[in-house]
Design a protein around this ligand. Structure first.
Ligand code: IYR
Length: 217
């Protein structure tokens, strides 16, 4: 069955306004930084709900929307997640990650301690959904779709004036168990969200310039 098709007339702008808007949006997005030092200051739940609604506007294969965003604010569940994540991360930093990987991470100064998993007011755990329903109807381009939604999520978090960390404890199947997710879901990203700590610092890194990331044909 074909969808009903309806007119699409998005807002449009003059070329001059498009230039101004695209420059301003780039400048704004370029201020986004991954943060590892969080304040414990509370954030109204509705802001998080709006952010997740925004993530849910991402395109997806066959419009299957193969994602679930679990929002954890309960301190006890955050504690369980921290304990489990730190156990895995301890193993990763002490033998599971290759020498090359550890060298690549060294400039970031990360280690197996993950206090932000308890400090941040919310943990958004993004799950990908491999299939739907009893009859296991397939979802398509699941990692691409969920990756796009996660990108929208990060942009919405930044736009709201909050900060986030895209955390990937590995392996992260403990999230499946702690959050009692169904069999068709797999954890994709663990994203603490909140305000930065007053003394938060970020590495003074540089983003690749346009000529290194764009090829014009
Ligand atoms: N998951 C670990 C290690 C880690 C891996 C990458 I790739 C990073 O960009 C950062 C950290 C951790 O969260 O510490």
């Amino acid at each position: 069955m074909l969808y009903a098709f309806i007119p699409y007339r998005p807002q449009s702008f003059s070329e001059e306004d498009m230039l101004t808007r695209s420059r301003a949006f780039y400048a704004y997005m370029d201020q986004r930084r991954t943060v590892r030092d969080f304040s414990d200051k509370q954030v109204p739940l509705e802001i998080i709900e709006n952010i997740i609604k925004t993530a849910g506007t991402a395109p997806s294969g066959a419009h299957k929307q193969p994602w679930t965003f679990c929002v954890v604010q309960d301190p006890e569940i955050k504690r369980q997640i921290r304990i489990a994540a730190e156990e895995e991360e301890y193993q990763s930093y002490h033998g599971r990650m290759s020498e090359e990987w550890l060298q690549d991470l060294a400039p970031l100064g990360t280690d197996w301690h993950k206090p932000f998993l308890e400090t941040a007011p919310y943990l958004i755990v993004v799950f990908k959904r491999l299939y739907e329903g009893e009859e296991k109807r397939k979802n398509y381009y699941v990692p691409e779709s969920v990756g796009l939604a996660a990108g929208f999520l990060l942009a919405a978090i930044h736009h709201a004036g909050l900060v986030a960390l895209t955390h990937t404890p590995s392996p992260m199947n403990f999230l499946q168990h702690i959050l009692k997710r169904p069999d068709n879901e797999r954890p994709f990203l663990l994203i603490p969200v909140g305000y930065p700590a007053e003394d938060a610092q970020v590495p003074d890194l540089r983003r690749k310039p346009l000529n290194e990331i764009m090829q014009l044909y």
